[in-house]
Design a protein around this ligand. Structure first.
Ligand SMILES: [Zn+2]
Ligand SMILES: [Zn+2]
Length: 165
């Protein structure tokens, strides 16, 4: 199985019928992720792929082992998370509807298949609902905005509990 780890493009001609699997080192910062609230936080990642190929369809399953960074929900600092969701993409030769209707059409004269969208989707689904820079992040002072992980500003107790007037 030939796979371009820079553009995340799979060479269809290199696939044999049935299962094709491989593990690829990918250049994380070199990829045009285009994800609004997450950026790569590791220089390289490993993409494990299992591609089921037949005359009629190509089913891609995979897993990206890599870290991304987003903003901490409390202090807006850097919160690193791992990709936890699986990569999945299904393509059919005739674009026919399948039971779940989620198959995309294979490019008619296509020799290659771009997997960036599928990998990107797994990353987006892995962004935590409430990302934290660390478990016990103290957040920002509600009075002056000081990052309480970095120091004390003297407002402790002033507005931390109860209403800010
Ligand atoms: Zn934080
Ligand atoms: Zn303060």
């Amino acid at each position: 199985m030939q796979f371009d780890p820079r553009d995340l493009v799979l060479d269809l001609a290199s696939l044999r019928n049935g299962s094709n699997s491989g593990s690829f080192e990918i250049d994380m910062p070199g990829i045009a992720w285009g994800i609004e609230d997450a950026q790569p936080a590791s220089p390289s990642g490993t993409l494990d792929l299992d591609v089921n190929y037949s005359e009629k369809s190509v089913i891609v399953r995979g897993r990206l082992s890599a870290c991304f960074a987003t903003s901490c929900a409390r202090c807006l600092g850097r919160a690193v998370f791992e990709v936890t969701e699986d990569v999945f993409a299904a393509f059919s030769r005739d674009g026919g509807n399948t039971a779940d209707g989620s198959m995309a059409r294979l490019p008619r004269d296509g020799r290659s298949l771009r997997l960036l969208d599928a990998v990107k989707e797994a990353v987006i689904l892995s962004v935590p609902g409430k990302p934290l820079c660390r478990e016990d992040c103290r957040g920002l002072c509600p009075v002056c905005g000081e990052n309480l992980n970095e120091g004390r500003c003297g407002h402790e107790g002033a507005a931390g509990a109860g209403c800010v007037r």
